[in-house]
Design a protein around this ligand. Structure first.
Ligand code: CMC
Length: 431
């Protein structure tokens, strides 16, 4: 018997029904296309948090949360992590194929030659308070790019879209490093284009005008790997935000700035900063049991940061790679961080606890990344900024895909209204 190609939904009270087609992709479960449901039955669907809703078709990234699978354009994340580089992955996400040598050279050349910030943009930073959070500065600075490049903002022009992708991927590290340096009172460092993408960023972060920077190549290798792992993740909250803003026809910089603010929340990209703070609060492995008890207490809003994922219910394949890398990087850099002991004890305690096992709560990508960033000398406030640099490749790939898809419509969900029934306005004295 062949698989059914439609699903029938009947409203027993009104006897109105709808025969809804199933939409299948290359991998993953088929989806019920509910496009005609309201017309046929007079009902909307209700799915807060979108646990059962596919918002779009996409050919960029595939996740199987039960099997712990993550593919970028079909390539397993484990293979890309071992063999590729962030810039090559960015090309792959944008173009759908791994680049040939000449294609990669041209892409690298384009990225390298758009790394500078407009001189006037540097002045923006002076307007922030000295202790502004770098994510606040990053979102504002990226939104402001639309004020500098308005001659290339035709969202219907493929050349303009490509230019926006190049500019965003190229300038994000420059802007990010400037955010950091402003908060510590250092002068902005210009990008050195003889360096590779990640090494250039580390120089912009840490090099002072008075002396050359000695850098361990392990640091650049580790950061490149973290960027690969964070580059895209299907229709997560920030990518969905980019697409929703993009669906209105908003320009790419405005769309990506919205993604940055969505990423900032502790349930999403802000978790990496929150994990480190939580590990510091726990302090020593002896306090781990208490933290686990608090996380299980329904009267306490405390959650174990870096645990759980909406989609991964087996393990997060990125966390597996990062865990291994964390030990290696700390060894190679000669860093002895007691927080790693706290993290390992926490992981062990949670993984054998029924509460976490039953709810399938495993360490996610952010659980170990903060410890690595810390070992590289990156301050906690910058952790989510690191995530944003990497995710820019994914966000802009999705934004472009959205604009290349014929028939795309503005994103406009409906609601279940729970407010007052219709009533008449009363003059002040009669209320
Ligand atoms: N600690 C303790 N309990 C948890 C946790 C946690 N970290 N995460 C989920 N739970 C419990 C939750 O209380 C609920 O229990 P019950 O069924 O008894 O009410 C159950 O597990 C399901 O949780 P949920 O909130 O319905 O799950 P969700 O899919 O809506 O949320 C999540 C996913 C990632 C937001 C959540 O697990 C969480 O808040 N984790 C901590 C923050 C974090 O690490 N976020 C980074 C995610 S990975 C990187 C990224 O996406 O940017």
């Amino acid at each position: 018997m062949s698989d059914p190609k439609t699903v029938k939904l009947v409203d027993e009270s009104s006897h109105r029904g709808s025969e809804l087609p199933l939409v299948s992709g290359t991998l993953g479960p088929a989806c019920i296309d509910i496009g005609t449901l309201y017309k046929d039955t007079g009902h909307f669907t209700y799915d807060p948090g979108y646990g059962s809703t596919a918002s779009t078709k996409s050919a960029i990234t595939y996740i199987d949360g039960d099997q712990g699978v993550l593919l970028y354009r079909g390539y397993p994340i484990e293979q890309l992590a071992e063999k590729s580089s962030f810039l090559e992955v960015a090309y792959l996400l944008l173009n759908g194929e791994l680049p040939k040598q000449d294609e990669f050279s041209a892409f690298e050349h384009d990225i390298t030659h758009h790394t500078m910030m407009h001189e006037a943009q540097k002045n923006f930073f002076q307007g922030f308070h000295h202790d502004a959070h770098p994510m606040a500065m990053l979102a504002a600075a990226v939104a402001s790019l639309s004020a500098f490049y308005h001659e290339n903002l035709d969202v219907d022009d493929p050349a303009d879209r490509k230019m926006a992708a190049i500019r965003l991927i190229a300038k994000m590290p420059t802007i990010a490093a400037a955010c950091y340096r402003y908060t510590i009172g250092w002068p902005v460092r210009y990008p050195r284009n003889n360096l590779d993408y990640v090494t250039r960023f580390l120089h912009m972060m840490f090099e002072v005008p008075s002396e050359p920077l000695q850098m361990n190549p392990v640091a650049a290798k580790a950061l490149d790997l973290l960027f690969i792992l964070h580059a895209d993740h299907e229709q997560n909250a920030s990518t969905s935000t980019v697409r929703l803003v993009g669906s209105t026809g908003a320009n790419p910089y405005a769309s990506i700035a919205a993604g940055i603010t969505a990423l900032w929340g502790p349930a999403h990209g802000g978790a990496n900063e929150a994990v480190l703070k939580q590990l510091e609060e726990i302090g020593t492995p002896d306090n781990v049991e208490k933290a686990v008890l608090r996380a299980k207490d329904k009267n306490d809003s405390f959650r174990l940061m870096g645990f759980g994922h909406r989609v991964y219910k087996n393990f997060d394949p990125r966390a597996k790679i990062i865990r291994e890398m964390c030990h290696k990087v700390l060894d190679e850099l000669g860093v002895n961080d007691p927080l790693l002991d706290v993290a390992m004890k926490l992981e062990e305690a949670a993984l054998k606890d029924d509460y976490f096992v039953e709810r399938k709560l495993y360490p996610n990508v952010d659980f170990y990344s903060g410890i690595i960033y810390k070992a590289l000398g990156i301050p906690a406030e910058m952790f989510t900024v690191m995530f944003a640099i990497a995710r820019t490749a994914g966000w802009i790939a999705h934004w472009i895909e959205q604009h290349e898809t014929p028939g795309s419509r503005i994103g406009r969900p409906r609601q279940v209204y729970t407010g007052a029934d219709v009533r008449d306005y009363l003059p002040t004295g009669k209320r």
